[in-house]
Design a protein around this ligand. Structure first.
Ligand SMILES: Nc1ncnc2c1ncn2[C@@H]1O[C@H](COP(=O)(O)OP(=O)(O)OP(=O)(O)O)[C@@H](O)[C@H]1O
Ligand SMILES: [Mg+2]
Length: 1044
């Protein structure tokens, strides 16, 4: 999405153009001349330029050609943010800019993988070099950097100050005029990173080394060295700081230029040189050469009496000899003498004063010129693509051509001739390529093409370069022709050969009016851009570009490596002369044309608004002239011949689709149908537009403007609907995101669940299988087949057992085991019983234990013996049946230390009368006593006790047998107690007479005294009755099973 000129790419490829070149037209002129209503009017063209220039809008398009007017002031449109603004943005979507051209070229190179070139043209001072620097900077900043060549962008940029120091000079038109043509290739790898560079240089204006017009200067490097160089350096070079002390620097009488800061530039050059691969030695040698050129200029000659020439200044020669490592005297000799080889014989002839001066200047020019070429080579080595693999990866190239513009000076010489010839060639290329591409476009789109009348400058190019008949051929011929030749004879030859040519005039051939503005030494060429008079003086020399043989020899012997490289020994040995300057230039131009033809061109046409280098001044006459010779009107006409405006269907539909309900918000059919629906809806008339194969062509700007106005009016609605759809889209995306996440979680969860279920099933099937197998093998020994089954059976049984263990010792229940486990079950049962018993025992309280012990004893004594035992066994035995208070204190005192451990009320029957008397029976640790209230009636020592007798019935009668022989004893005691079981048990235990308990079924005998005995008979009855029976026996009737 584009918002306020920034590109915001959002999902769904919603792309809207808010700012456009077309809407800006309302502000200042038109951004594209193609949209000028009156496109045939030069005045309208210039007015548009002027209006925009007035608003600091220095860039305007003619289709894809950028017209740039030099603002002569720093505009804030070259920042990094601006670069970002233009990055990846379509050409027409944003205001015209050099960055738009740079970016468009770069993208075309990347997408089409085709080499590109940007041709920058315009007259001196129009801003060509600045434009090329801005393009380079744009690439250095915005292109991705490759790893290996990270510093290449830097080196490309750093090469500029060096080349400018050696190749630029202050001229009347431009304080930093490039005095050589430059074509630079920037090579990009497949990822779009700059990986290499190469520079081609064209025709350095060498004559500037020895001569400058008034108000002009020599190349910057001389002034930079003198002003910026440190004292030590200057001393070592034999120089002082004042430019006026050097003949080669004073010709223009302009040593200083206010707009140039020599010191800073010097620093920049010295910093750049090492960065672009110069070592210290090379820098020193380079400076030695620069200094030597100055010394050479100061070398003066004198004329002897016999007309011989000699050097009058020794110091400069000495300095040169020292700095360049040449033989000083040989140099002196070579400067004043000429060596000729005729018929293989060497002849030395002295030079006259003038010839010596020319020889010196020729040497200075040659040394400087060749050093400059070496410098470019050296920079090329530094920029060269080192890594061969890039070649195979199909790297692509963007070429930048910054070449001298068409030049018309007061006096035009050989250099201007070459420069203007070069411009003719470029114009030819421009016409050829723009026309061709325009025509090609109409053809590919299937649109009928109307031919445009334009001036084809081929005729002038032929006039200059044609073999045998062209000016260059004639010049070369004249240079080579033996005999008396000169510039004048060259002019005559031109008149002879070219007389009558529509574009060639001389003083002799001209009509009266022209004659008045031409000198006899001039010829005039009617260039496409205007008429130029060339003065033939110096043409031959400059074309010959000769350097005396002996001077070459001296230079060959130089100890300076750079010169060694520049002046090859073969050149001296080889008799064949090198090609003439014009031919060399022509050939290099041919090569350049080939290079440019092989690439897709983009054009930057620079215009200089005034001659005074002033900001804000727009000189209409000057601009009109440039518009004319840059062929801009023709360019516009060609562009407008068919249709003023063209756009790819998708771009057109994208921009204007809101204007038609059928195409808004999206057109889903074929693009051409969409565009057709749209224009029908807009009411375009058939003559207003044409649909090509991929583009719509609109004939009149008005049609487009109307459409644009409609769009402008529609924008608030669009913004609203965009807002709505954007919000909807955002919410939808959010919802979709959440939905997707939910689905992911759901499917993950379901997957996990299914996996678990499958696993469980698998395990279950496995289990069942193992169980079945185990069941089959259950009677076998424990083996892998049945181990699980058996274990399972065990496990199940144990589990069942755990739940159903007997609750108490008396609980005899036990789960039924599988037949396989009968034995184990039985063992477990036993163990469990033992365990329960043990636990039961542990848990018994001491009192209860005592109780149990007594019960056990009671059981031993009475079980199955006495009828009253079974019903009474469950009842607790008490510690005593008498409360403490019930025992008389006196009795207690009488007992002394013996503590009463058990007391119970009893009935005593007299042995004779059987009278019943209530008594208490108290048991101590060693005896029992029978107490009648306060009195102890009878004492029964346990040791003496013979036994205890009871009946087997349920009565409470019992007899304590005491020894009868003991007089102290009154005989056996016949007693009755309601708690006879409890009492007898305790007594037996205390007395240790358990085994002396006698239980008789029918009757008991007891001793009365001294051998007499009584008998107690027991019978069963309904209730207890004790009475005297027959024969003096005591008869006891026992109730049936009553608890006693
Ligand atoms: N875009 C620009 N912004 C600001 N100043 C500019 C711009 N372009 C050019 N200039 C100014 O104009 C001067 C001349 O520009 P430049 O050196 O690029 O001209 P040129 O076309 O290369 O001339 P020549 O043919 O003599 O080399 C610059 O030194 C600079 O001061
Ligand atoms: Mg320049």
């Amino acid at each position: 999405m584009r918002y306020q000129g920034r590109e915001v790419d959002i999902e769904g490829r919603v792309r809207l153009v808010m700012e456009s070149a077309l809407t800006a037209r309302d502000r200042v002129g038109v951004q594209d001349f193609v949209l000028l209503e009156n496109y045939n009017s030069e005045a309208a063209f210039i007015e548009n330029l002027r209006r925009r220039f007035g608003e600091n809008l220095v860039y305007t398009y003619i289709g894809s050609v950028l017209v740039s007017v030099n603002p002569y002031k720093d505009l804030e449109i070259y920042s990094k943010q601006q670069m970002e603004r233009y990055r990846g943005v379509s050409f027409y979507e944003i205001s015209p800019h050099i960055y738009a051209v740079s970016d468009n070229t770069y993208r075309a190179m990347r997408t089409e993988r085709k080499d590109q070139c940007i041709l920058i043209s315009g007259e001196s001072g129009a801003g060509k070099t600045e434009a090329s620097k801005k393009i380079l900077l744009y690439y250095a900043v915005t292109c991705p950097a490759s790893d290996q060549m990270a510093s290449l962008g830097d080196r490309l940029l750093q090469s500029t100050p060096v080349l400018e120091a050696f190749g630029n000079a202050k001229t009347l038109r431009n304080d930093n005029s490039s005095r050589f043509g430059k074509y630079m290739d920037v090579q990009f790898d497949f990822k779009g990173a700059p990986v290499g560079g190469h520079i081609l240089n064209y025709l350095l204006e060498k004559s500037r080394v020895v001569h400058q017009n008034h108000g002009e200067r020599n190349f910057h490097i001389f002034y930079q060295l003198l002003e910026g160089g440190e004292d030590d350096l200057l001393n070592s070079l034999g120089l002082d700081r004042h430019p006026q002390n050097y003949h080669y620097l004073v010709k223009g009488n302009c040593p200083r230029v206010s707009s140039i800061n020599e010191k800073n530039n010097w620093k920049a050059v010295m910093k750049a040189l090492p960065n672009i691969g110069f070592n210290e030695e090379e820098v020193q040698e380079l400076l030695n050469i620069i200094a030597s050129v100055l010394h050479l200029g100061n070398t003066q000659f004198g004329e002897g009496e016999e007309g011989e020439t000699h050097i009058t200044t020794e110091t400069p020669i000495g300095n040169i000899a020292r700095l360049l490592g040449v033989d000083g005297s040989a140099l002196g000799e070579a400067l004043t003498h000429k060596k000729l080889i005729a018929k293989e014989e060497e002849m030395i002839s002295p030079l006259n004063f003038e010839q010596a001066g020319s020889a010196r200047d020729a040497l200075a020019k040659a040394v400087y010129g060749r050093t400059f070429t070496w410098l470019v080579e050296k920079i090329n080595q530094s920029l060269a693509l080192k890594d061969e693999i890039y070649h195979s990866y199909g790297s692509t190239v963007i070429g930048l051509l910054d070449i001298y513009g068409f030049e018309v000076l007061q006096h035009n010489s050989f250099e201007q001739f070459c420069i203007n010839y070069c411009n003719e060639k470029l114009q030819q290329l421009f016409i050829e390529l723009t026309l061709r591409s325009e025509q090609e476009e109409y053809e590919t789109e299937g649109i009928a093409w109307e031919t445009v009348q334009y001036f084809d400058n081929k005729i002038i190019c032929d006039l200059i370069e044609e073999k045998h008949k062209g000016i260059i051929s004639i010049l070369n011929e004249e240079c080579l022709r033996p005999g008396e030749t000169g510039d004048v004879s060259f002019l005559e030859k031109l008149e002879d050969t070219l007389g009558g040519h529509a574009h060639f005039v001389t003083h002799k051939l001209a009509n009266g009016k022209t004659r008045r503005v031409m000198s006899r030494e001039e010829f005039r060429l009617l260039h496409y851009a205007g008429e130029v008079n060339y003065n033939v003086n110096g043409f031959l020399d400059k074309n010959n570009d000769l350097l005396n043989r002996n001077l070459k020899e001296v230079m060959c012997q130089s100890g300076n490596q750079i010169l060694n490289h520049c002046f090859r020994r073969e050149e001296v040995i080889d008799q064949k002369r090198t090609e003439m300057a014009a031919t060399q230039f022509k050939n290099s131009l041919m090569k350049l044309m080939e290079i440019l033809m092989s690439k897709e061109p983009s054009y930057v046409r620079c215009i200089k608004p005034n001659d005074a280098k002033q900001p804000g001044r727009f000189d209409e006459v000057l601009v009109r002239h440039q518009v004319k010779y840059l062929g801009l009107m023709e360019n516009l006409r060609v562009r407008r011949a068919g249709f003023a405006y063209r756009r790819r269907f998708e771009a057109f539909l994208q921009r204007y689709k809101p204007l038609c309900p059928e195409t808004w918000p999206n057109w889903h059919g074929r693009l051409v149908d969409g565009v057709s629906t749209l224009v029908n809806h807009l009411g375009y008339k058939p003559e207003e537009y044409k649909l090509g194969r991929s583009k719509i062509f609109i004939r009149f700007p008005k049609t487009l403007f109307n459409t644009e106005d409609l769009l402008e009016a529609k924008k608030p609605d669009i913004a609203l609907s965009l807002q709505t759809s954007w919000r909807g889209y955002r919410e939808r995306s959010k919802y979709q995101r959440i939905r997707r996440a939910v689905i992911v979680i759901q499917s993950g969860w379901r997957g996990m669940k299914a996996r678990r279920r499958a696993k469980r099933r698998r395990q279950a099937a496995d289990l069942i299988r193992r169980l079945i197998k185990g069941f089959i093998y259950r009677h076998e020994e424990y083996c892998p087949e049945n181990e699980y089954f058996l274990d399972h059976i065990r496990y199940c049984f144990l589990k069942k057992l755990r739940k159903n263990l007997p609750k108490s010792v008396l609980d005899k229940s036990w789960p039924t085991p599988s037949p396989l486990l009968t034995e184990a079950s039985e063992q477990l049962r036993r163990l469990n019983m033992q365990n329960m018993v043990m636990l039961y025992c542990w848990r018994i309280q001491p009192e209860w234990r005592k109780q149990l012990e007594q019960k056990v004893v009671a059981s031993e004594i009475f079980k199955d013996e006495k009828d009253s035992y079974p019903p009474g066994v469950g009842r607790l035995f008490l510690d005593s049946r008498l409360e403490r208070e019930q025992i008389n204190l006196k009795v207690v005192q009488t007992l002394g230390n013996e503590k009463v451990q058990y007391g119970v009320p009893v009935t005593k029957y007299d042995r004779r009368g059987f009278k019943a008397r209530p008594r208490q029976l108290l048991l101590t640790a060693s005896f029992a006593v029978l107490v009648d209230r306060t009195k102890i009636k009878q004492k029964f020592d346990y040791t003496a006790m013979r036994g205890i007798s009871l009946s087997s019935l349920s009565d409470g009668m019992f007899v304590l047998h005491m020894p009868s022989e003991d007089n102290k004893q009154k005989g056996d005691a016949v007693l009755h107690c309601d708690h006879v079981i409890e009492l007898v048990t305790k007594l037996a235990m205390m007395a240790g007479r358990i085994s002396h308990i006698n239980i008789s079924p029918g009757s008991i005998r007891f001793a009365v005294a001294r051998g007499k005995e009584g008998i107690i008979d027991f019978v069963r009855g309904s209730e207890l009755k004790v009475c005297k029976g027959k024969r003096g026996h005591l008869l006891v009737t026992s109730p049936q099973s009553s608890a006693t």
